[in-house]
Design a protein. Structure first.
Length: 227
């Protein structure tokens, strides 16, 4: 796990955050440093995008990528979420990385180690064909680095059918937990195992597609893929 930004940055900026994005529960675990946001976003694969329509809340898991200080969201142009977000309505994007299960001596103090970022803002549709092509390449490279060098480029028709949205990474808050369980002093002698069970993304053996012509040898970027 990457080191958190300097605590002085976090403490100094926490008091100046607007109420809606200020971390209130355990503010010492918060960060408002954009480099911390980038590190979480660059490691994660799935974002959960929230918005409201007709007075109902919706949340949709989406693939995403990052282009500098912009989040790139991918979907079909005809989908409900694309049509709504393309209007520029307020939206929230949440990304979480689970780093460990925290097993305390009491069920009350069980927890998880995690890193999370919540981005607030409005999306802007990407409509230029060349910009779409570049955004799709960034999305593919975010998921599997090196893949865009092998796979066929999208046709103009495919690009026109693809919905791509950009949201600035400017209005956000970050929270994380790390370390062992925090038990009550009275529970420290309780005869129960306590500690952290680290978690990570485990990948299986690559499974080649049997359709079409015989596939070439599995590339190194697939064999050596790690997250």
């Amino acid at each position: 796990m990457q080191a958190w930004a300097a605590s002085s940055t976090t403490v100094t900026t926490h008091q100046t955050q607007p109420a809606y994005r200020r971390v209130r529960r355990h503010p010492e675990r918060a960060s408002y440093c954009v480099e911390d946001a980038y590190s979480i976003l660059d490691e994660a694969l799935v974002a959960h995008v929230s918005f409201t329509m007709d007075a109902r809340p919706f949340i949709v898991p989406m693939g995403f990528g990052r282009d500098g200080n912009r989040l790139l969201l991918h979907g079909a142009r005809g989908s409900r979420i694309y049509r709504q977000l393309a209007k520029g309505i307020p939206a929230t994007v949440a990304v979480t990385l689970l780093d460990g299960l925290v097993l305390a001596r009491s069920t009350f103090h069980h927890s998880m180690n995690y890193r999370s970022v919540v981005v607030f803002g409005q999306c802007e549709p990407i409509t230029d064909i060349e910009d779409k092509d570049k955004a799709l390449e960034l999305l593919v490279e975010h998921i599997v680095p090196g893949r865009s060098q092998d796979a066929r480029r999208p046709t103009r028709q495919e690009l026109e059918a693809t919905g791509l949205l950009a949201m600035p990474i400017e209005d956000f808050s970050i929270k994380r937990r790390s370390g062992p369980p925090v038990d009550d002093p009275a529970d420290l002698d309780f005869p129960c195992w306590a500690g952290v069970l680290p978690t990570h993304l485990a990948l299986g053996q690559p499974q080649p597609d049997s359709s079409g012509s015989p596939p070439p040898e599995c590339p190194d970027y697939v064999e050596r893929y790690r997250r």
